[in-house]
Design a protein around this ligand. Structure first.
Ligand SMILES: NC(=O)c1ccc[n+]([C@@H]2O[C@H](COP(=O)([O-])OP(=O)(O)OC[C@H]3O[C@@H](n4cnc5c(N)ncnc54)[C@H](O)[C@@H]3O)[C@@H](O)[C@H]2O)c1
Length: 444
């Protein structure tokens, strides 16, 4: 253990006055966010109770099986003796701190679905003891922690807000990112009181190595996460719109972005593609849009960005349709190899994946779709790449998995595929064109 860590631990312990020392932590929701955090907390010598309402998942986690951990986390998970996983609520009784990591999706009508958060707060409330700390990590719009989560905790526990500590520390990890992971990513914290803020800062400084930034309040911490994801959505929408425009003009947008990136200040590259997926970027802006409306404000940028990005899977399918037509083929009746189903490179996560939308659009248009994603074999219809490509009239790359990025024109040629729509601009366009394969990118 590092000296730095011991220092932190000592200063934390000395801060304890009439309140509980934090030695036990309950993590509510063991998904992409909650499980890595639980493993880390166990490694950092907390007694950790990881709770989830999904009994099937808990049965797998009890066998230390979790397909969504990276290699290092998977090893640590096997070793994490101080981490018990459970679907039994009573195991959460009287812990020193609770960290809520449940999903915050949207309903079909795109309004925030706070039921998992409400359910998790009911569960924590039933077991919350005087002086304990509750931290909400789930992504929510400004005001939700105090207006939704806190009253449930008070009502169910019978404790007033002065009798426990309450804070928000939104998770910002980027699954699959080696550099910015649960250990390293800086965190922002907002507390209901100064004391809640300080306790949360000290808890997290015992947990993670990244910087911890104190925000003015909970609303500011909530808004940070919303702003970050809306920023990405808007910037991606901007380059997607440029891609549609430049496709007509015959300008290679990727080349333009490379050129613009040489400016040493004031430019940050974002890349066009066949859509935005995952549990955060295509979801969180709807929380902010709703929040604006509740306050009598209509967010123009956010709405437009959502519309553009949601339209990109259809744009990719249209590009394929046009290219087939040039070769006197129709989408209806064609066989299309769809490469990738997950929403991002080298992860097995299909949530809000544009690839799934593309698959449905292709099927609806009457195409036969050979789907292959090495990370999601259960949802693939082809057992390997060659089987997916052989006999296909065209291939559409929906996810830039490393295995697809490594493909050359000969891999398609050998299987008789002469049209490639690269929805992620991840292949060498010139190499394909030199080999006589018709290549279409997005804005390229
Ligand atoms: N996945 C990411 O990349 C990411 C990154 C940053 C922030 N977030 C945010 O973190 C939160 C969690 O996301 P995730 O990706 O880990 O979700 P997830 O779906 O992977 O995991 C959530 C887990 O919570 C469980 N759950 C649902 N309701 C529950 C309840 N009432 N009590 C206990 N468990 C319950 C589910 O069974 C599931 O296992 C969301 O608010 C998300 O926006 C996610």
């Amino acid at each position: 253990m590092s000296l730095d860590y011991l220092e932190k631990e000592r200063s934390y312990t000395s801060l304890q006055t009439n309140h509980r020392t934090i030695t036990s932590v309950g993590v509510i929701g063991l998904g992409y966010v909650g499980l890595p955090l639980s493993i880390l907390a166990a490694e950092r010598r907390f007694r950790v109770v990881g709770f989830d309402i999904d009994e099937k998942k808990i049965a797998q986690l009890m066998r230390r099986e979790a397909g969504f951990l990276n290699a290092e986390e998977a090893v640590q998970f096997k070793r994490a003796g101080a981490l018990s996983v459970t679907a039994e609520e009573r195991d959460l009784e009287g812990l020193d701190a609770y960290i809520v990591c449940v999903p915050t999706p949207v309903h079909e009508n795109r309004l925030p679905d706070l039921r998992p958060l409400e359910g998790a707060c009911e569960i924590v409330g039933r077991h919350l003891a005087y002086g304990a700390l509750v931290v909400i990590e789930s992504t929510v719009s400004p005001g939700v922690c105090e207006a939704v989560a806190l009253p449930i905790l008070e009502r169910v526990s019978g404790l007033s807000r002065d009798e426990f500590h309450f804070a928000h520390c939104p998770e910002r990890i980027n699954p699959g990112d080696e550099k910015w992971n649960v250990r390293t990513i800086p965190r922002v914290v907002g507390g209901l009181t100064e004391e809640a803020l300080e306790r949360t800062v000290f808890l997290y400084s015992s947990l993670i190595d990244g910087e911890i930034i104190r925000m003015k309040g909970i609303k500011e911490a909530e808004a940070v996460k919303m702003m970050e994801n809306a920023f990405r959505d808007i910037n991606i929408a901007f380059v997607n719109e440029l891609a549609i425009s430049f496709d007509r003009a015959g300008i290679d947008l990727v080349n333009v972005i490379e050129g613009a990136s040489t400016k040493p200040f004031g430019f940050m590259p974002f890349y066009p593609g066949c859509g935005v997926g995952g549990h955060c970027i295509p979801v969180d802006p709807y929380y902010l849009i709703r929040y604006g409306r509740e306050n009598g404000f209509e967010h123009q940028f956010l709405v437009t960005a959502r519309r553009i990005n949601s339209g990109m899977p259809r744009y990719a399918v249209r590009a394929l349709e046009r290219t087939l037509r040039e070769k006197k083929k129709k989408l209806k009746g064609s066989t299309v190899a769809l490469l990738g189903l997950s929403y991002k490179r080298d992860v097995p996560d299909m949530r809000e994946s544009p690839a799934v939308v593309i698959k449905n659009l292709l099927s609806k248009a009457g195409a036969t779709v050979n789907v292959y994603d090495p990370y999601i074999p259960g949802a693939s219809t082809a057992s390997d790449l060659e089987k997916a490509l052989t006999g296909a009239d065209a291939a559409l790359i929906a996810t830039d998995h490393s295995i697809f990025k490594a493909l050359g024109p000969e891999d398609f040629e050998e299987c008789g595929v002469d049209i490639v729509v690269d929805g992620r601009n991840c292949l060498d366009k010139d190499a394909f064109e030199r080999k006589g394969i018709t290549y279409r990118g997005i804005g390229r």
